[in-house]
Design a protein around this ligand. Structure first.
Ligand code: HEC
Length: 218
């Protein structure tokens, strides 16, 4: 058994298995994205006396960087993780955001980045005519319309739309690694403006008839 950590073996393997061959069609290749190394010089040059200097250690985060949910980093998610199949528990979640222009703008931006590749681009009236490029034949099967007569958004509570983003569904992947909690909820808020706001929230369940009053009388 060769030692799997041998550098030559690793180098050989990385030639046989290029990252692109393993990537899913909607993934951004890590090799193409900028990398930041914590202990490299992030700024270097010569000071007034002509001495070379190198700034190491914590560097300012590049713009657009988000905290990832990782075993070593504190979670950016405020909404508790619920069991994926407990739809009633997700239904009970309240969207913590208002529908201010800022929230809607953030939601629209996130939707453009993370949802349109599969579900398609909304027009100026919030209608989506075509599914996105990832839903084309030969790519990801099973992508469904969010808006229109069969649009799935009209039948889902806020909590369930949040659920799809947070933990994914049968085929849809989750996006909790990519966004903060507020960003996920902002998509929920924005999604309610699609289809010219055709969504009508489902009525909350009737309260259980209170029979403990009778018990109290006994
Ligand atoms: C990689 C493709 C893909 C992306 C990107 C994607 N979805 Fe989906 N989505 C699907 C597929 C496929 C389904 C239908 C099958 C399923 O439910 O898994 C679906 C279903 C859904 C549903 C219905 C889930 C349910 O309760 O039945 C909602 C809501 C939804 N997507 C919202 C979103 C939102 C919001 C985004 C952006 C954060 C998004 N999707 C991004 C593929 C995608």
């Amino acid at each position: 058994m060769p030692d799997l950590r041998h550098p030559l073996l690793l180098a050989g393997l990385s030639l046989v298995l290029p990252g692109t061959a393993l990537a899913l069609p909607w993934d951004v290749d890590m090799v193409d994205s900028p990398a930041a190394r914590g202990y490299a010089c992030w700024e270097e040059g010569k000071d007034d006396q002509g001495n070379h200097y190198c700034k190491r250690g914590m560097q300012p985060l590049p713009e657009g960087v988000v905290a990832q949910q990782h075993i070593l980093s504190p979670s950016a998610l405020k909404t508790p993780e619920l069991p994926k199949d407990d739809l009633q528990a997700w239904d009970a979640l309240q969207n913590p955001l208002d529908s201010s222009p800022q929230v809607l703008a953030k939601g629209e931006r996130m939707f453009q980045i993370y949802c349109t590749p599969c579900h398609g681009v909304p027009d100026s009236e919030g209608k989506i005519e075509h599914l996105g490029t990832v839903a084309q034949p030969g790519r990801m099967p099973g992508v469904i319309a969010l808006t229109g007569d069969d649009g799935v958004l009209q039948g889902r509570s806020d909590g369930q739309v949040y659920r799809a983003i947070r933990v994914g569904n049968a085929i849809m992947p989750s996006y909790n690694w990519a966004m903060t909690d507020d960003e996920m909820w902002s998509i929920v808020t924005y999604s309610r403006t699609l289809d010219q706001g055709a969504y009508v929230p489902p009525k909350p369940p009737e309260p259980e008839p209170a029979d403990d009053e009778e018990e109290a009388e006994e």
